[in-house]
Write a new protein. Structure first.
Length: 415
């Protein structure tokens, strides 16, 4: 078996230097500045954001870094390490939604270029074109919101260079203004990139705080910060990037969302968060697939609310820790059996982590690949990771990557 692979985050200095150097080498001048935004991991509350339910994400220390300067015209020029030999050149006036005449062919550039397009349609503009160099250490395809990190880094960059006055700073964020930027980033992902996501990812990247989990009520996108200092009680969150292909634009995510919308229509509610009696709702649906989807959403909302209450009560110790782990375990079973968004790689990772002593483990993110998380004693993290890696090696699978996740800072300006 190969050695464990730890996907460590770059320091802000390292990430900023990578983006700046790429900008300078490509465009032959200095960028106006560097902005960054984190990926996220959701502790609990999966596939409930577009149903109006609560979620509990944290921002990762892994970030996307964008070195950017505005232009005098409407041209957008983009470069990344993966496209170093070819600059993507776009016309802001010619951009349009995916599937239309202005579709952006290169997928990653759609996330960045879609942000000014969305801001202009929200009434902010006209905006100038810009040159930008992207460098990111958020794992790609791991379900850790690498795309939202690109969007949110671009959003805070444009907010500053265009003097929109929405973001505030990392230390003193303007939360109401950040809600505007979140919506622009979400619209960019929905319409320009063509992924029908809810808004959890962008909200976490823009509105999380260091040392806290974000209790996000997706019925109105209101938030509150709840303490999540795992280190103080000897715990750690182990993120397991399964390396299984993860994509939200292949129709599966949209199919689940359509099922939820159909269930809500049949039940006569705007969103499934309004369902008060699960048993009654399941009986009324008279459709096995829709009943299963609804059962996951309504039960996951209850689990997430209970998890938030635990964090508000106090540190995860004793009975609180046991209950928190059980809620995470139940969440995975529901996602696997009722929502059917897990996969063998996720299930094996979760089972191996639990067997090695994790207090609780579950898949996280959209599913169909991506990542799992395990709540572990900090001194046992290497042993839990080794157990997962061995389980993969026994099946001949690619070695998973591991992250130690600490609640990090939101999107903002580096310098």
């Amino acid at each position: 078996m190969n050695a464990l692979v730890w996907a460590d985050a770059a320091t802000p200095e390292e990430g900023g230097a990578q983006a700046t150097n790429l900008f300078r080498e490509t465009f032959n001048y200095e960028p106006r500045g560097v902005w960054s935004a984190p990926g996220r991991v959701n502790i609990i509350g999966e596939h409930v954001d577009y149903n109006g339910g609560p979620c509990v994400p944290i921002a990762l220390p892994h970030r996307a870094y964008v070195a950017l300067s505005p232009r005098q015209d409407r041209t957008i020029r983009l470069i990344s390490p993966q496209t170093r030999e070819a600059i993507d050149v776009l016309d802001l006036d010619a951009l349009g939604p995916k599937g239309g005449p202005g579709e952006v062919a290169n997928h990653w550039t759609a996330y960045l270029a879609g942000v000014p397009w969305a801001l202009e349609r929200a009434g902010y503009g006209p905006l100038p074109g810009f040159d930008a160099a992207l460098w990111s250490c958020v794992p790609l395809g791991g379900g850790l919101s690498s795309s939202a990190a690109l969007e949110c880094a671009t959003a805070v960059a444009l907010d500053e260079v265009c003097s929109l006055g929405l973001a505030g700073s990392i230390e003193a964020p303007n939360d109401e203004g950040r809600r505007v930027l979140v919506d622009a980033a979400r619209v960019a992902e929905n319409q320009i990139a063509g992924a029908n996501t809810g808004g959890l990812d962008q909200t976490a990247s823009m509105r999380c705080r260091e040392g806290h989990a974000l209790a996000l009520d997706c019925s109105d996108m209101s938030t509150r910060q709840v303490p999540f200092d795992l280190g103080a009680v000897g715990l750690e969150l182990l993120v397991i990037d399964t390396r299984a292909k993860h994509s939200l634009a292949d129709g599966q995510y949209g199919a689940r969302r359509a099922d939820c919308e159909e269930s809500a229509r049949i039940l006569g509610v705007d969103q499934l968060v309004e369902v008060a009696d699960l048993a009654q709702a399941v009986a009324a649906l008279n459709d096995e697939r829709l009943a299963a989807r609804t059962r996951h959403v309504v039960s996951e909302i209850a689990r997430t609310r209970a998890f938030i209450d635990l964090l508000v009560e106090g540190p995860l110790e004793g009975t609180r820790l046991k209950v928190a782990g059980a809620l995470m375990d139940d969440s995975h079973e529901s996602l696997r059996d009722d929502y059917e968004v897990s996969c063998p790689e996720l299930d094996v990772a979760v089972a191996a982590a639990r067997s090695a002593g994790a207090h609780g483990a579950r898949m996280t993110g959209g599913g169909f690949g991506g990542s799992a998380i395990a709540l572990v004693d900090a001194d046992a993290t290497p042993d839990v990771a080794l157990a997962v890696a061995r389980a993969y090696a026994e099946r001949g699978w690619e070695t998973p990557h591991f992250i130690r996740a600490l609640p990090s800072a939101p999107a903002g300006y580096l310098g």
